[in-house]
Structure formats: C-alpha cells, structure tokens
Ligand binder design. Structure first.
Ligand code: PBG
Length: 307
C-alpha cells in the first residue's frame, strides 16, 4: 500500500539480437538464458512478448563478417538484416513499438561506432551515415531510431534528414549519457563487435563525470530527441535521477549486458537469489527516475510481477 515505486510490463523495452539464417536460436555464452535468433523465430518471439504485455522492442543485428567495412555499407542496405527484422516485427505485431539500434559498430571492420581514419573516429562523416541508416530503418517501418553511437550533433542531422524524407512521425530515442563502460563486455560478444583497436573513450563519456551527462542530454533534447537515455544503469543511478530532474521528456535507462551477466553468474553459483535480485535491481532503476528500462530481464520481471 505504501510502495512508492511499482514495476509493470509497460516499463520495459526488450532488446532482441537477430542473426541471419533460419531456425537459429543460439545462447550467448556470457548472457545465459539470452539468445541470438533468426528472422523466422523473431515472429513468434514478438507475439509472445506482446501476449505478456511487453509492448516495445529494441533490435540489434549481428552482421556477417564479410559484410563489414569501414563505411557502414551494410548499415544502409535497404534489404539488410536490420531492415528485414523491422519489417518482420511490424508484420507479426503491428502495434509493437519497434526501436532500432543506430550505430556502426556491428557493421564496422574496426568494431567502432564510427568511420575510422588513422586510428581516429571521424565524427561528421559518421553522422551522415547514421542519418542515412535512420532513414532506411524508418522506411522499413521503425517507430523510434535509437542512436547509440555518441557522435556529436547526430540527433540534429538525423531529425533533419527524417523530416526531409517525409518521415517526420519517426521518433528518436537518443543514448544521451552513454558512458565508456567495462560492463558492455557480454554485448560485444553477442554481436562480435568489440573494438579492434583502442577503446571508445573518445566518444563515450568518462565515468567520473556527472555534469557532462546533463550537458549531453540537454543538447540532445535541443537537437530533437524525444526520449533520452542513461547507460549503463546500475553504476549510474545518480545520473538517472539528475537527468530526470533536469528534463521534460521521458527518460530511459539501459540495464546492460554486464549487469545481466553479474546477476546470472552469482545466481548460478548459488550466491544470490536471482528472482529477488531482478526485482530489486529493476525497482531501483525506476526509483532513480527511469520512465522506461531496456532490460534483458523483461520477461522474467513480468513473470515475477504477476505472481
Ligand atoms: C554499441 C552499443 C553497445 C551497447 C548497445 N549499443 C556497446 C558498446 O557501446 O560498445 C551495449 C548494450 C549492453 O551492454 O547491453 N553501439
């Protein structure tokens, strides 16, 4: 009766990892219980999610090695895996809110979120590709593009390019305060997208910074972001609260792969009660101020809340 924070299915965004092939359902080694699935399984998966009350998915794709290059060619292929996955989800479940990851790392021969030259990331040429990529996702039927790359100025260019292509209904969920974090490790295994050289500290944020998160978030809103995101979630609950207090748009938080893996590993060892850890974790992220939570625990949470 006195609980200030309650979890419900509409708090969650479900990340989905899609691969080529048919009848593929591969468990991700560092994310036990989470899978890469092929397009044919995607249909059944989203129908199941919808039946559980989960109304939003965030799609990532694992690009074949031979299609990777330094220009994001496959990222803007109108018949690429992401574009087909978007169409598949919309066909299977037209009311599902479909969000797509926009960044070059799964398509990059260097494993970086941007185009690389002389070991440097080229901000502005990357932004142009991200905008073209957003248009191709929008044409495939996506509801929100979710730029996770942290290039400067990309929200403005994506917004403008969508408008110019008469795709003004498509929203932008911007990863606004995305920190350079060691907790992305399992995700990079899932998509085989670890950086081939260096790290992502020249575009993702320094985890010792707080004010910069507010600055980055306000800039994204000014550029046209409809939803902003803090990522990761658990080591950044203070940032989620500050962002929530500073903005008037919905705030999302990403309960990322390493946060999932830690609970799974401890539970496997018998050191934590997995179900309790899931609910306590997700409640803390919502209590911190997240209106939406992207989490690999979405189905578990719905099952647990229902009990
Ligand atoms: C990359 C991207 C990453 C995640 C989402 N988009 C990893 C990275 O920046 O290296 C991480 C998600 C997770 O760890 O669950 N554009």
């Amino acid at each position: 009766m006195v609980a200030e924070t309650r979890l419900g299915p509409d708090d969650f965004i479900v990340p989905l990892f899609v691969v080529e092939g048919s009848q593929v359902k591969e468990e991700i080694a560092s994310m036990p219980g989470y899978y890469r699935i092929s397009l044919d399984f995607l249909k059944a998966e989203v129908k199941e999610l919808w039946s559980m009350g989960l109304k939003s998915v965030l799609i990532f794709v694992k690009c074949k090695d031979e299609l990777k290059d330094n220009r994001g060619t496959e990222a803007i292929n109108r018949d690429g895996l992401m574009q087909r996955a978007i169409r598949e989800v919309k066909n299977a479940c037209p009311d599902m809110v479909v969000m797509s990851d926009v960044a070059l790392d799964p398509y990059s021969s260097f494993g970086h979120d941007g185009i690389v030259k002389d070991n440097q990331i080229l901000n502005d040429p990357t932004v142009d590709v991200l905008a073209a990529m957003s248009v191709s996702h929008a044409e495939a039927g996506v509801d929100f593009v979710a730029p996770s790359d942290m290039m400067d100025g990309r929200v403005r260019v994506i917004r403008r390019t969508l408008e110019e292509n008469n795709l003004s209904d498509v929203g932008i969920m911007s990863y606004s305060a995305k920190y350079a974090s060691c907790f992305y490790g399992p995700f990079r295994e899932a998509l085989d997208s670890a950086p081939g050289f260096g790290d992502k500290k020249t575009y993702q944020m320094d985890f010792s910074n707080r004010l910069e998160a507010i600055k980055e978030t306000l800039m994204d809103i000014e550029e046209g972001a409809d939803i902003v995101m803090v990522k990761p979630a658990l080591s950044y609950l203070d940032i989620i609260r500050e962002v929530k207090n500073a903005v008037q748009v919905p705030v999302s938080a990403y309960n990322i792969s390493g946060e999932y893996a830690m609970i799974k590993a401890a539970a496997k060892m018998g050191w934590l009660d997995e179900d309790k850890a899931i609910i306590e974790t997700l409640t803390s992220i919502k209590r911190a101020g997240a209106d939406l939570i992207a989490t690999y625990f979405a189905k578990d949470a719905v099952r647990l809340i229902g009990q």
